[in-house]
Design a protein around this ligand. Structure first.
Ligand SMILES: [Zn+2]
Ligand SMILES: [Zn+2]
Length: 483
């Protein structure tokens, strides 16, 4: 459902239970906070109406994930693939960044994107990679507006969106007389095509294409009109499937057999079907909400969640379109401020905090995280098995070291569970290295929250990270008089 929930049905009941049980007033007090209420309420809705209703499905998912899709979507709060394509938990491994961009293979600069692709294709053996662009993309807007003199206004955003510079150049050259608005719309699709060709630079992707075990798909979601376009990138681009067809509702056929043929493909069917469910049950039912969202997004949350197909915050916390700007990477890790290595994470934080003015950053870990597992298993001799994954998960090395030192006698499983939470805390402290975050904390306009979703038990933990400097003690005090 896309409508904004205002119901706080669970909160009064939870307060009672918490008071009765452990009488923890400090926990009860936190439930007054609207952001805490939103998360607690969302999770309780998910738990009671979904998780507890389908023990068979969730037992299966807790064993392993077998997603057929890797999806690259924009962080924009209005484009969650869990909603727009009706992807259910377990169906899609998801990476979200500004502009849904895939840079070319680069171990030094883009280990996060590389880690997602390597893990999804080599380890999970997904059958499809879908790069999904969208209308009115702020990332593409910024790309199209970048001045020609190389000057920048953002620390990270400008550098990150320049990945799609070849798409901009092509669009400007081919359509010099179009309005900037129209050039942007074309560039949203061109940037998807560029990302699709960049995918070819990853050896796992090339191997999958050669073996015909992997398909590369482009998509474009128009949230103004409620339309979706889907195409496939082979060595050539197939004709585009437009959903709904322009003669949708009439009995005319446009007789495009090549498009009709593509609908036989189960992956195409899944996307077309998912979008049509979203369009008819949600988009068309709430024109007021979607008109408002088409004008601008005002999410209150920036959420870092793992790419794992079982942890989509749209489902687990019942975040609706427009409510959360979303970053998804392996292990939900936030590296410290680093313009040279991590411009994508930096771009999401900078854009969400400085431009969108989100009020909360939630870093959400989860049970049985493959990223944390790999971190815990990394050999001490520095040897690596993966091109990207090992390098990326090492961001959380301080958390691993801490857990190993504090809990030397715990089983590897239990150490990993501790580390899932420690890595969240490390990411929360790394957030402090971003000046926008520091400023938000100082002005009390931003809260940093940690979370942990246990998909085995259907439990969620939530805490806040407060970094407070106490008033300075000056010694000796100014009124000190030596006698
Ligand atoms: Zn976007
Ligand atoms: Zn994970």
């Amino acid at each position: 459902m896309a409508h904004q929930h205002t119901s706080k049905e669970f909160i009064p009941h939870l307060k009672e239970l918490l008071r009765d049980k452990d009488g923890d007033e400090e926990v009860v007090d936190q439930l007054q906070d609207p952001a805490v209420e939103k998360i607690v309420d969302g999770f309780m809705r998910f738990k009671t109406s979904i998780f507890d209703q389908h023990p068979d499905i969730f037992n299966q998912l807790a064993e392993e994930q077998k997603p057929k899709f890797l999806v690259f979507a924009c962080s924009d709060s209005r484009v969650s693939p869990s909603r727009v394509l009706d992807f259910h938990l377990g169906e899609a491994f998801v990476a979200r960044n500004i502009g849904n961009l895939v840079p070319a293979f680069n171990q030094l600069r883009y280990s996060d994107v590389g880690a997602v692709i390597e893990y999804a294709v080599s380890h999970l053996e997904v059958e499809n990679i879908l790069v999904m662009g969208h209308s009115k993309c702020g990332g593409i807007d910024r790309l199209m507006e970048l001045p020609g003199d190389g000057s920048t206004t953002f620390d990270f955003v400008d550098d990150w969106v320049k990945i799609a510079l070849p798409a901009k150049i092509k669009v400007k050259a081919q359509n010099p007389h179009l309005s900037l608005e129209k050039q942007k719309a074309i560039c949203e699709r061109e940037a998807v095509n560029l990302s699709l060709s960049n995918l070819l630079t990853y050896p796992y992707v090339r191997k999958g294409l050669e073996n015909k075990t992997l398909a590369l798909r482009g998509g474009h979601y128009d949230f103004v009109e409620g339309k979706f376009e889907l195409w496939e990138f082979k060595a050539v681009l197939t004709p585009t499937i437009k959903i709904p067809p322009c003669n949708f509702g009439s009995s005319d056929k446009d007789g495009d057999e090549e498009v009709v043929d593509q609908l036989q493909d189960p992956a195409v069917e899944k996307i077309v079907d998912g979008f049509m469910r979203f369009k008819t049950c949600i988009f068309d039912q709430h024109p007021d909400i979607f008109n408002e969202l088409a004008k601008e997004q005002k999410p209150k949350f920036l959420v870092f969640a793992c790419s794992d197909s079982r942890v989509s915050p749209s489902h687990v916390l019942d975040f609706h379109l427009g409510e959360a700007f979303m970053a998804r990477n392996i292990g939900n890790l936030v590296p410290a401020f680093n313009q040279l290595r991590y411009s994508d994470v930096g771009a999401m934080i900078e854009y969400a905090v400085s431009h969108l003015k989100v009020e909360n950053i939630l870093v959400m870990g989860h049970s049985k995280c493959g990223g944390i597992e790999r971190l815990m298993e990394l050999p001490g001799d520095g040897s690596t098995k993966f091109d990207f994954v090992d390098d990326w998960v090492k961001i959380a090395l301080p958390a691993k070291i801490k857990v190993k030192a504090q809990y030397p006698h715990l089983s590897p499983e239990k150490q990993a569970a501790k580390c899932e939470r420690e890595a969240v805390n490390l990411s929360l402290s790394n957030l402090l290295t971003y000046p926008y975050v520091q400023k938000g904390l100082e002005n009390k306009t931003l809260a940093l929250r940690g979370g942990h979703y246990d998909f085995v038990e259907g439990k969620f933990e939530l805490w806040e990270f407060k970094a407070v400097l106490t008033p300075t003690i000056k010694i000796p005090p100014s009124n000190f008089r030596s006698s």
